[in-house]
Design a protein around this ligand. Structure first.
Ligand code: ARG
Ligand code: ZN
Length: 887
């Protein structure tokens, strides 16, 4: 049964206070829930309906008296209640058997909770919806030896001993909150602690809790937390509002992390780091996830969502905030640009396909069957782009003013995306956002990625250059016709020598400098620039100023000029992507192409060579420019996809780049291989990334030439490395090149890190995503799932093997014999009985089946139908596969 956004109605009852008492026991935890409730006078009188899921109900008391109740499905229904009353509910549940990891569960003898979106109902009967906000008092009781640390939201107000070796702790949260922000943790944990004084003088205790052996891997998370506290205060004037702020890590977690008030619970992957075990990418992810969860304290906890259709209200905004945080922490402007390119790459390789597939939904969806399925790249990353466009339209300061107004207006409330956009517009009444707010909000309501087609015309006599734009948006499920969007287009013009031309827009009073932002709002619009002395090269959509597909018929010469000279780093990178993509698409479309015919022409190779050799460009930027578009991104540009053909062409491009630039790769390696004492910051990380890329290319070139020197050097570097980034890059180089030395390196790596779960995840993931040679990856993946270290119940491990193969290795997954799809369907079915959220994610691996060429298309459809036909499927997985099969 689908839930509709239109059907929102305020709750019939309010819960003012909740007093929860837990007797924690893995097999049978007792939960006593005493609530002060009252009828909502604005809603017609009706019975109270409380949500519950997999609970054993023992007792219901209204004002201390036994009360009549009934069950309707999973809801507990009580009639004839007075206007104000106390409701006491006693239930038990079994955390040890909770493999869904929603509600209260046990991981490595420690209790954790995950309540967003609808997990609190697995702990007690409740009005489990975000617009019901209550004050919580929580008492935890447990065996003291087994569970010495007892944590919940807010402040610890009392603790002490109980008979029979038990103890208790009582926590009071000073802020009202919806149930999804509730959390508890109990177990044997240790904490890194840091006291800090905020700008406003208030002192706080920051804690990062982990298992005893992991304390030495918490420094980076703690530093990231400190930076987060200071940044939110400095950039948006939002201070930490609690005396104590806790982060706890667990190795069993469905997602990245969770922003429970004052007690964030994290996947270990986004907390634990040491230079020996974590890569630069891990360090960067930790910084941004710690920031993300911390920033939710305001954008999520202080102001939350009225209903789950508004999820992007907090997620889009908070992703935008964590992206800005990571950029602001960059010491160099070039590192900011690199971060922006990385974020756009995620958007285009994950969100654009989602927007074009059967799960396409607006940033504010209109309906869902299972809300867990809507924690998507559309809600998060596209949502962040929508917030970013608002900032572009009102300016950085205007946006900060808008944020201030938003928090002034709505602190302590559960609100909607409209409320947010209104606050930003109201704080900037003279902005393009305020002028076009209703139209701008189509970004919230219309799904699909807009196409922005542009053409340029130079009139030498009139010395004018005219850009004509037309926008359209393809139909998406349930939305066949789209209205025009408000699209900010940042642009500049380059002269023949690469110089930026001064911009004078026809009809504008002032010249605009070298870059300006046009705000499109009609299906077709044209703009003329005057005083243009030569036919310019337009640099359009600088910084990726809107989440659209820009269609402009660039000549190769124009793209080469942009790659060489554009002052906008994003478009400079984009020019190289367009050139490589164009070459790939031409080769893929060429039916007469010989298997090892070159894909890249001399001019492009020369341009890549120039970038690689460039004396001043950043290593990180070079690495991005030299990275070829992924198979997924290439496939998205095609109407009909033969994944094997895409794979072969991309491999051919890679081999060609490796061999043609052999001398430059050697030089790049020598120049960047030593980065001194390890520090996880963007500049040296960029050098490590480029050195790693160089090694991979040298190993590929060596494979072609029969050279043994570079593979030998790579193995040596793998052995000698002093940090995980260099070690893992060397290992990856051997694996990617398919070199025989890879086997011993992999064995050694496993032996070295057998007790480091997060590193073993990398070991599994690398093998499952290795390039396929004659169908060898699937048998290997099957073997990996029988490895003693494999467990499908642990989400990180399941992702490292199964998702790495099905989602990140198209060349190996899409097999002519369909064996990859059959194996996928078996795993979805197996996972669905254990953990529906993880299963439903995996179920999306074949989202884009309908654009596959035969025989893949029919085989994929059959595999999806096989999953859909499985009796007793969770609604999570059922929603995904039925949407995939919908006509
Ligand atoms: N709010 C969390 C975050 O983005 C994610 C929680 C996901 N929960 C879920 N059931 N899917 O930081
Ligand atoms: Zn979030």
């Amino acid at each position: 049964v689908a839930i509709q956004r239109e059907d929102y109605a305020p709750p019939a009852y309010w819960i003012d206070t909740v007093d929860l008492c837990f007797d924690l026991d893995p097999a049978k935890t007792r939960v006593l829930n005493r609530m002060k409730m009252r009828r909502n006078p604005e809603v017609a009188a009706q019975p109270l309906r409380l949500d519950g899921d997999e609970l054993n109900l023992a007792r219901v008391l209204v004002n201390g008296q036994g009360a009549a109740f009934r069950m309707e499905g999973s809801q507990l229904v009580i009639d004839g209640l007075p206007d104000d009353f106390e409701l006491e509910i006693f239930t038990t549940c079994c955390p040890a058997k909770n493999t869904k990891l929603m509600g209260l569960f046990v991981s490595q003898n420690t209790f954790f909770t995950q309540c967003e979106a609808e997990g609190f109902r697995r702990i007690t009967y409740f009005l489990d919806r975000p617009d019901v906000m209550a004050s919580y008092i929580v008492t935890l009781r447990a065996d003291k030896a087994a569970y010495p640390v007892l944590l919940s939201n807010g402040n610890l107000v009392e603790e002490g001993e109980l008979p029979e070796g038990r103890h208790f702790a009582k926590w009071v949260d000073p802020f009202k909150k919806p149930a999804y922000l509730f959390a508890l943790v109990a177990g044997k944990l240790v904490a890194r602690e840091q006291r800090i004084k905020a700008r406003n003088g208030r002192e706080h205790l920051l804690q990062v809790y982990v298992r005893a052996g992991d304390l030495d891997k918490t420094e980076h998370a703690m530093n990231s937390l400190i930076h987060s506290v200071l940044w939110d205060e400095a950039r948006f004037g939002l201070p930490l509002d609690l005396d104590r702020f806790m982060i706890v890590a667990t190795s069993d977690f469905n997602m990245g992390a969770m922003e429970n008030k004052g007690l964030n619970i994290f996947n270990t992957k986004y907390v634990l780091a040491s230079q020996a075990t974590a890569t630069d990418a891990d360090y960067a992810n930790i910084e941004s996830v710690v920031g993300h969860e911390y920033f939710h304290n305001w954008s999520g906890d202080r102001v939350t969502c009225r209903d789950w259709f508004q999820l992007s209200l907090k997620e889009g905004l908070t992703v935008f905030r964590d992206q800005e945080f990571s950029m602001d922490l960059c010491a160099e402007p070039s590192a900011r640009a690199v971060k922006r390119i990385e974020d756009v790459r995620v958007l285009r390789t994950a969100q654009f396909p989602e927007d074009a597939g059967p799960m396409a939904h607006p940033v504010r969806p209109d309906s869902y069957i299972e809300i867990s399925n809507f924690y998507t790249v559309t809600i998060y990353e596209k949502g962040a782009e929508v917030v970013r466009m608002m900032q572009t339209l009102v300016g950085r300061e205007g946006f900060a003013r808008g944020m201030t107004l938003y928090f002034e207006r709505h602190d302590g409330q559960a609100v909607t995306c409209d409320d947010f956009a209104q606050a930003i517009a109201d704080a900037n009444p003279d902005s393009e956002l305020a002028r076009r707010l209703p139209q701008f909000k189509r970004w919230y309501s219309q799904a699909g990625t807009p196409r922005l087609a542009a053409t340029g015309h130079y009139d030498a006599e009139a010395r004018t250059y005219t850009l004509a734009f037309s926008q359209s948006c393809p139909p998406t499920p349930g939305q066949s016709v789209k209205e025009p969007f408000v699209i900010p287009v940042a642009l500049g013009l380059l002269g023949a020598d690469g110089r930026a031309l001064p911009l004078q827009l026809e009809g504008a009073a002032q010249p605009a400098g070298e870059s300006l932002t046009l705000v499109l709002h009609e299906a077709e619009q044209r703009f003329t620039f005057t005083g243009v002395d030569e036919a310019p090269v337009p640099s359009i959509l600088r910084g990726f100023s809107a989440p659209v597909v820009l269609q402009f018929d660039y000549t190769r010469e124009q793209l080469l000029a942009l790659l060489a000279h554009d002052t906008d780093p994003f478009n400079r990178w984009e020019a190289a992507q367009r050139l490589a993509l164009g070459a790939a698409l031409a080769a893929i479309g060429d039916d007469t192409r010989a298997p090892d015919a070159p894909v890249l022409d001399e001019a492009l190779i020369a341009a890549m060579r120039e970038v690689l050799r460039h004396p001043t460009l950043d290593a990180a930027f070079k690495e991005l420019v030299l990275s070829l578009p992924s198979e997924v991104y290439i496939a998205e540009q095609l109407d009909v996809v033969d994944p094997q053909r895409v794979h072969r062409v991309r491999e051919a491009m890679r081999t060609q780049l490796a061999t043609a630039l052999f001398a430059e790769w050697q030089q790049a390696y020598e120049d960047n291989k030593d980065t001194g004492a390890y520090r996880p910051e963007p500049v040296s990380a960029g050098r490590r990334a480029l050195a790693g890329m160089a090694l991979a290319n040298l190993c590929i070139a060596a494979r072609e030439s029969g050279d043994t020197v570079w593979p030998g050097k790579t193995l040596q570097r793998f052995k000698d490395a002093s940090n995980m980034t260099d070690r893992f890059n060397a290992l990856t180089a051997l694996v990617v090149a398919g070199h025989p030395l890879a086997a011993q390196a992999l064995a050694r790596f496993h032996a070295m890190f057998k007790d480091e779960a997060l590193v073993i995840d990398k070991w599994f993931g690398l093998q499952a995503s290795a390039p396929d040679r004659d169908g060898d990856v699937l048998p290997l993946v099957k073997q990996l799932t029988r490895h003693a270290d494999f467990s499908i119940k642990n989400p990180n491990r399941a992702r490292s093997v199964i998702f790495s193969y099905c989602n990140a290795n198209p060349g190996a997954f899409h097999r002519l014999d369909a064996a990859g799809y059959v194996w996928w369907s078996d795993r979805v079915i197996e996972l669905d009985e254990i953990n529906p959220q993880v299963a439903a994610r995996l179920a999306r691996a074949l989202d884009r089946w309908s654009k596959l060429a035969e025989p893949y298309r029919s085989a994929a459809r059959e595999a999806i139908a096989r999953v859909a036909a499985r009796p007793g499927l969770s609604k999570d997985t059922l929603e995904v596969v039925s949407r995939a099969l919908a006509p």
